[in-house]
Design a protein around this ligand. Structure first.
Ligand code: ADP
Length: 719
């Protein structure tokens, strides 16, 4: 009897399609196959096999089995779970899971090796080549090892003493050396490590929140958990997830130091062939530790024993485009499917994780002091109403004085401002016109390095005009407010001798440049670093003793659900960069609202009081972590049609107890790339299956072609 294969295709299709299994193909669930779809052959994954009952219409056959590793059952289950949770098609997460499988293979490498034939003439150089040729090597490498010119190797090849062949390059992924020991842990670190090891020894799905102040040694502790997980089973694998590519290098180095072998590295900066190699090595169990960004969660681990989510509070774990997901939450889901342990690490955990720790769902491990003699920095508020900067300047006298003292001691300053570019707004002083993007509701940000006005939402940019495009007045455009470039300009004028650098996504394009800048800072080659949040997280800079936060109020404006929480986390993290080892640190926060609860909590370093107050507010409003939220963003080019569609959509929202639907309303960003945007917000009690509710609602509407509808479960952006 023939069988029917259900094949899931990595495209936005509602479900898997059925194909006939050709005689003798003997497919297995998880295997990758090519199947016809319309006129094309597509890659897909077999998700189910069943016997054909007969009598049905004939199915197209599977075209071929692909010579690529099969997806483990855990990944298939995870993909389907994630799609259901996110109310998206299963093809969307499957596309992420297959990203490595679809990347091109590295081109084969030519290597040479001895044939056994003797050279007609044995010169000393030739002898050295034969001595060095103990394994197959690329000719250039062989010449280097033998310390001869390329010509000597070529002559031996021509003579038939060496022969060349092509091999598939294969990254080594050396196994971690589990006999090495880590740092000698202090008593509280040792207690936390023992608790994690105990959790792993119990086996099965468990989550621990490793809640420790900056510099308390969370990394040292979780590396012990990684070691324990890998030692317990020779096939076990561990994943360390990080929110930013910029942070991966430091952690990769620490993993390499700890285990004597570099871990696999996975993020968007990795070249496609390397991605493919890692994907295959993970599927084959040859790579046992992966350090990666959020999509590493979809790698084909066969025996995942532990997932560490470092900086678990970081909102960069939320993927907002394409398949929308929160990697921290999905990490917990994947671990549950795999029966693995999870360590969530942070100095400023999310309210969601703290709530789970408070209620006992997660084990709560606290490290309340920095390791060794290092002290936490003193945090002081600078009231900008009392000591404002000079006109057209952004650094207040107390901050400038502290910078001068720091510079005089030969120590480093970090000026933190979470705003790229030179000025966030450019306006015409003649007519008052603000420079905005042509098809998007956003101000154009001035970038002086590039001399352009840039839309940070869409990437649109134009040269800064000489005259106002609105009224034609010449030289009338003025820059309003500061970005990092402008703060750098001010720092240079104040400290002309100092070595000053800017760290933002405009100056640091890739992991290599980020690594270079972090290293220069760590080695003391920079006196003043002006940085956006890209540098404010995770790094240890031994000579950094002063952190100046240029605009502490920035994140509070706009006031969405998590504004206070995010501001607290970001500023506590930024402040936490100051002071290590023997040198005490200081953080100065410039604010117009020193009485605000966030500023007071930072100053008193009383996270628990802040969290308690914030939790109480959320509980009262039934907001996360006490309730659930989902957003729907509907967009289209035509305002009237969009309006009609969202009205119709509101009418068919299912009526379910414990669920409230707000909207439709104009989105705060009402226009992006020429598309009008409308939003719904849905609040539900925790007991409600909000994904199921949203799926039921989604099934009742049919957006016409020009209208796009995106569902965002647990939204972080409300724009
Ligand atoms: P966290 O991840 O909590 O910020 P880290 O693990 O990065 O802390 O530790 C901060 C610094 O202190 C690092 O330079 C780390 O190497 C060092 N450190 C922490 N614990 C120890 C220890 N037990 N022995 C030696 N050095 C330690």
């Amino acid at each position: 009897m023939t069988r029917i294969a259900s094949v899931l295709i990595p495209m936005p299709l509602p479900e898997a399609f059925d194909y006939a299994e050709p005689e003798g193909m003997d497919l297995v669930v998880g295997e990758q196959v090519a199947v016809p779809l319309g006129p094309n052959l597509m890659r897909g994954v077999v998700v189910a096999l069943r016997d054909a009952m007969g009598g049905n219409r004939p199915l197209k056959p599977v075209a071929e089995r692909l010579d690529d590793p099969a997806l483990p059952a855990g990944v298939l289950e995870f993909v389907q779970w994630a799609a259901r949770y996110a109310v998206d098609t299963p093809g969307a997460p499957l596309a992420i899971a297959l990203r490595g499988a679809r990347a091109p293979k590295a081109r084969p490498v030519r290597v040479v090796e001895p044939t056994g034939a003797q050279p007609a003439r044995l010169t000393p150089a030739r002898a050295r080549v034969l001595e060095a040729a103990t394994e197959a090597l690329p000719p250039a490498e062989l010449a280097r090892r033998a310390d001869v010119s390329a010509g000597v190797v070529k002559a031996l090849l021509d003579e038939g003493v060496l022969a060349g062949r092509l091999i598939e390059p294969e990254a080594a992924f050396d196994p971690p050396d589990l006999t090495r020991s880590g740092a000698t842990l202090n008593p509280s670190q040792a207690a936390a490590a023992a608790a994690l090891k105990g959790m792993l020894a119990e086996g099965g799905f468990n989550v621990a929140l490793l809640d420790g102040v900056t510099g308390s040694g969370k990394t040292e502790v979780y590396l012990e958990a990684v070691a324990a997980a890998l030692a317990a089973d020779p096939n076990a694998q561990a994943l360390i997830l990080l929110p930013e590519i910029a942070l991966t290098q430091a952690v990769i180095q620490r993993v390499a130091d700890r285990f004597g072998a570099a871990p696999g590295e996975w993020h968007s900066d990795i070249a496609p062939p390397a991605r493919r190699r890692l994907w295959e090595a993970v599927a084959a169990g040859r790579c046992r530790i992966v350090v990666g960004a959020r999509s590493a969660l979809f790698l084909p681990f066969t025996k995942l024993a532990l997932i560490v989510v470092d900086e678990e509070h970081d909102t960069s774990f939320k993927q907002e485009e394409g398949f929308i997901y929160q990697a921290r939450d999905l990490a917990v889901a994947r671990a549950k499917i795999e029966g693995a342990g999870v360590v969530l690490a942070s100095a400023t955990p999310s309210l969601e994780s703290l709530r789970n720790a408070e209620t006992g769902r997660y084990r709560w491990l606290r490290l309340s002091a920095r390791h060794g003699a290092a002290r936490l920095p003193d945090i002081e508020l600078i009231d900008l109403r009392e000591t404002p900067p000079e006109h057209g300047r952004w650094l207040s006298p107390p901050l400038v004085q502290a910078m001068a003292e720091t510079w005089a001691r030969g120590e480093q300053t970090l000026l933190f401002l979470n705003r790229r570019g030179y000025a966030p707004l450019v306006l015409c002083k003649a007519c008052g016109e603000r420079m905005t993007a042509p098809d998007t509701d956003s101000w154009l940000v001035e970038h002086r390095y590039s001399g352009r006005l840039v839309c940070h939402l869409t990437g649109f940019s134009m040269p800064k005009p000489a005259a106002c495009p609105h009224c034609g007045a010449a030289d009338s455009l003025v820059s309003i407010g500061p970005g990092v470039e402008r703060v750098e300009e001010e720092a240079r004028s104040l400290f002309p001798e100092a070595r000053i650098s800017v760290f933002s996504s405009d100056t640091v394009f890739d992991a290599r440049e980020g690594r270079r800048l972090v290293q220069a800072m760590a080695e003391g080659q920079i006196d003043i670093l002006v940085a956006t949040q890209a540098a404010a997280k995770g790094h240890n800079f031994p000579g950094l003793t002063l952190v100046g936060v240029v605009d502490a109020d920035l994140g509070l404006r706009g006031g969405d659900l998590r504004a206070a929480e995010r501001t607290y986390q970001l500023l506590a993290q930024a402040s936490g960069r100051a002071g290590r080892k023997d040198r005490p640190g200081r953080a100065l926060l410039q604010t117009y609202a020193p009485e605000h609860a966030v500023m007071q909590a930072l100053k008193a370093q009383d996270r628990d009081a802040f969290v308690a107050a914030e939790m109480a507010e959320r509980e009262l409003a039934g907001l996360p972590p006490f309730g659930r939220l989902a957003a729907v963003v509907v967009s289209g080019p035509d305002a009237a049609r969009l309006e009609a569609f969202v009205r119709g959509m509101a009418e068919v929202a299912p009526n379910t107890p414990g669920v409230e639907v707000y909207g439709p309303a104009d989105a705060p960003l009402g226009l992006i790339r020429g598309r009008r945007r409308k939003r719904f917000l849905v609040r539900a009690d925790r007991s409600v299956d909000l994904s199921a509710y949203m799926a039921a609602w989604r099934a009742r509407v049919k957006p016409p072609g020009a209208i796009r509808l995106a569902i965002d479960i647990d939204p972080y952006s409300f724009l």
